[in-house]
Write a protein that binds this ligand. Structure first.
Ligand SMILES: [Fe+2]
Ligand SMILES: [Fe+2]
Length: 474
């Protein structure tokens, strides 16, 4: 189906055929735009940004690039094509036709899954709203805004499901998604990592590498859902998500590269000397990595969870790559290893696989996340610097699940509260680290120029040159 951009809300769900739904969404639209004006990228009302906009769900040519004033971005509603004869592929309803409407008995759980996913989308826009003021280049500024508008579209994707399938409750949830605020003491976003500030660009790159990747894993599990509209929505969101993780991976790689080049050229390795040259020492990069990795670990939820078991058994949320796994897709009697603290050390125990689905998804995520860290290390290795970045142990700095009760160092040793206190500034970014990184953040907006602390990317966006005017200020 081709998409009509003259419609108020571009979509491939034939919105025009359902006037009630269309009116409800057109009522929500100005509220969304108010939220965007208040909480979206700061000071961008008149900026024209070279953005990609989704225009179809065809794998080839699903987006086009062009200058857009950000509040005029066309936030559309897109579902990936329906799969003929698709079934519920796991849990108690395995083999039944996939649901096109919400099964009454699962309404509350399904709504909760959609709201929890939906809440992360505006949250990250709020977390990143000041970053445009300290961008290291026009190229990076454009990437930030691309991520922001697409998170806005992901919010639309979830709000569409709420409006289309959950009646009045759904409309109320859609309003509440615009009312919660990241980091607000009284009305915070639902999940912890989405209430942490993203104060500087190193944090932004780490966030898009680690936390948007959590988004990928959550979306992949929801893309397996027996509720077909959710599966199709998430499948299309994943197309956009890939770019967010690219921004993070390439961003950190460029920071690392610039630091290593500076270290080698000046024959220095002490962090203080590295900092004196206006680049970020590798030790600080490691501490940022530890922080973002660990808060993202918590996003997967408790290691043993009866909710996760219920979501799976009812066919609402599958495993990563569910349909590619060769087992019974019921998990009756199966077990899965989880960690516990016993007598001052971590031990592995077997939990029912159904209850350990959060842990399984976390482990799948870790494999993927660790691969990128290996690629960052290749950049360091090539430069000849002996330092290597490391993914911390999954029990490190946890606030959710049984591991939250223990202090665990980045190598996976349980340590005392006193040891933790004595070392925490070596493991996590200290106020001084954050102040140093903040001190480097200026605003570089001359085409083709890059801040001193980051290397230029290897290529521009959409085959444009590095000195292309990615953002026009009016
Ligand atoms: Fe998203
Ligand atoms: Fe994202």
């Amino acid at each position: 189906m081709s998409i009509d951009y003259n419609e108020k809300i571009p979509n491939n769900v034939n919105l025009a055929a359902n006037k009630t739904l269309q009116r409800a969404l057109e009522h929500w639209q100005p509220e969304f735009l108010n939220w965007w004006g208040d909480m979206g990228p700061e000071g961008t009302r008149n900026a024209e940004v070279y953005l990609r906009t989704a225009i179809s769900v065809e794998p080839k040519g699903w987006a086009h690039f062009g200058y857009v004033k950000m509040p005029d971005y066309r936030w559309g509603i897109f579902l990936a094509p329906a799969e003929a004869g698709r079934q519920v592929n796991f849990g108690a309803h395995k083999g039944e036709p996939a649901w096109q409407e919400v099964p009454g008995e699962y309404r509350a759980n399904l709504r909760r899954l959609i709201v929890t996913q939906g809440d992360t989308e505006p949250a990250s826009v709020e977390q990143q709203r000041h970053l445009g003021l300290t961008c290291p280049s026009l190229y990076d500024l454009r990437n930030l805004f691309q991520v922001n508008v697409e998170e806005g579209r992901h919010l639309w994707a979830m709000v569409y499901l709420l409006h289309a399938h959950f009646g009045r409750d759904g409309r109320e949830e859609a309003e509440a998604l615009l009312e919660r605020r990241s980091g607000d003491a009284n009305n915070p976003r639902i999940l912890g990592a989405f209430n942490e500030p993203t104060p500087d660009w190193l944090a932004f790159f780490m966030f898009t590498y680690f936390t948007d990747r959590d988004g990928k894993y959550q979306l992949c599990s929801l893309a397996e859902s027996g509720f077909d509209p959710l599966a199709r929505t998430c499948r299309f969101m994943l197309t956009e998500e890939a770019h967010h993780m690219f921004v993070g991976e390439s961003g950190v790689a460029r920071v690392v590269q610039r630091t290593c080049e500076t270290m080698v050229a000046n024959k220095i390795d002490e962090p203080a000397k590295v900092r004196a040259l206006g680049v970020i020492d590798l030790q600080t990069i490691q501490r940022y990595l530890n922080f973002h990795f660990s808060v993202t670990m918590d996003l997967f939820g408790a290691d043993v969870s009866s909710n996760a078991a219920t979501f799976y058994s009812s066919g609402l949320k599958g495993r990563y790559d569910e349909t590619k796994i060769a087992d019974d897709h019921l998990l009756n009697g199966a077990t899965y290893p989880v960690l516990e603290v016993q007598d001052g050390r971590l031990v592995t125990v077997q939990a029912p696989a159904l209850n350990a689905l959060n842990e399984k998804l976390r482990d799948d995520y870790i494999q993927d996340a660790a691969a990128g860290v290996t690629r960052w290390n290749r950049v360091i290795e090539k430069s000849g610097v002996p330092f290597r970045l490391k993914v911390p142990h999954k029990a490190f700095h946890r606030r959710i699940g049984p591991l939250a009760a223990a202090h665990v160092d980045p190598d996976g040793n349980v340590v005392s509260a006193a040891e933790w206190e004595a070392n925490v500034d070596r493991w996590l970014p200290s106020d001084a680290d954050r102040a140093f990184v903040a001190s480097l953040m200026g605003r570089v907006v001359e085409p083709g120029k890059f801040a001193n602390w980051i290397a230029p990317p290897s290529r521009g966006v959409d085959n444009q040159a590095l000195d292309f005017q990615y953002v026009r200020f009016n």
